[in-house]
Write a protein of this length. Sequence first.
Length: 541
Amino acid sequence: MRNMYDAVVVGGGPAGLSAAIYLGRAKHRVLVVEKVKIGGQITITSDVANYPGITQISGTELTDEMYAQAKKFGAEFVEAGVRELTLDQQIKRIDTTKGSYQSLSVILATGANPRKIGFIGEEKFQGHGVSYCATCDGEFFSGMDVFVIGGGFAAVEESIFLTKYAKSVTILVRKNRFSCAGAIVDELKKYPKITVKFNTELVRADGQQTISYAEFKNNKTGEMWRHDAVGHGDFGIFVFAGYIPNTALFADTIHLNQQGYVITDANQKTNLDGVYAAGDVCIKNLRQIVTAVSDGAIAATALDTYISAMHEKFNLSEVSQIEEVEDKSKKQDEDNVVQKEGDDMNFISADIREKLEPILAKFEHKVILKVWLNDSEFSMELKNFAKEFCSLTANVLYEEGIIEGAPGLEIIREDETSSGIIFHSVPGGHEFNSFVLALYNVAGPGQDLDPAVEKKLEHIQKPIHIQVVVSLSCTMCPEVVIGTQRLAAASSKITAEMYDAQHFPDLRKKYNIMSVPCMIVNDTAVYFGKKNISEIIDLLL
């Protein structure tokens, strides 16, 4: 009964973490399934200043504390994508990329993704001047004029963040006022770089490789105006116009409103018994961390009663007290590694070293980490990281070579053949998981591959070279890096290289990269935005 749980929480953002804390504290066996990174969208927020009781904290720091608290109360975590949910039975089934799980109940905390607004040129210039994440892409717009579309909290917060890079920031609000709290709006007065235009909409953005002009309209007077680039790509557009709920997995079984948000009662219950929803995926007037954690707590508390009734109905012993055969101190999810700063190690903290130990011990074969060096300071950073990492285990061997081109960390198999995987970056931030997973996939046993993906891989006969340009602060990048490198580990026809954007300005210039993640296939086809492994393999065929 190892894969049987009292509750499975789909989504590891604040709502899901809050639910896990309450369920774990109630002595229930709970599993949180998150496909990319624990913390969700809030991890891209550098400054959370409106969470009660905490004056100032980053989104990552706050959710790291929630994660640790949930773990303390016994919650289990797996980093996996959910393929299918069977929710209309008394025993729910959750099929994931890491296997199938059963549960007495499910909490849907799948969140929402940024909404596109549909102006002319939005699709064409995504990644070439149009962006949806200031934390991920703000640096690319250094010294430029930036237009921010939106009138809510996100638009204000991201505009303030963009002042670190942009020459000027103009907020375009479709209505005659902001839709967020006045105290938040008042913060704008502290930033002379920011101006606000109300009753204004973006109509068109156009140009060649980058945006050369944009047209705007005052929707009250009908007046049109235009902004022209003085030089090559000297302005950008950030869209913060709300979100689209992530409900595709359960849209056929769970009742949704016209906008696609989950309909729940006061206890966060959906139309199905034992299925609750929490966070940004639900109907609500305010989408903030404080409302997300409230939803999670309410759902978990209501489920406590439901789970107890189910135990009594089926005469079950407490699922949370089922003894596992294996030693739980050694039971670590191979890809559930979170890097922290502030310890006395140069690159890898004592906490991470402890978590890595059981993962590295699982390797079926040794791998070689070859550092390609030149005379740059960046090259020396790679060397120091590689030496420190290789000192952790006898399963990863250190080797170095000299290169005239881009320095990097190449993963080589035990038989000294290349895996085709190279990191042109010190794997920190959100990409540390990607690096460990790449080693694990080359050494074996590796992550399971979807049979449909395996079948499609068989059709690839010609060499495919993939470059993924990322920012280490981007939460959307790891899924693309992990997906491309998993394919490279499985196929000798595919090579996958990851580039940290800040170290490769020439690459950014060559492909006009103004947003990450950016995936370049065979030096010609360029794709922007988060993609899972199934979407990636379809683009390669």
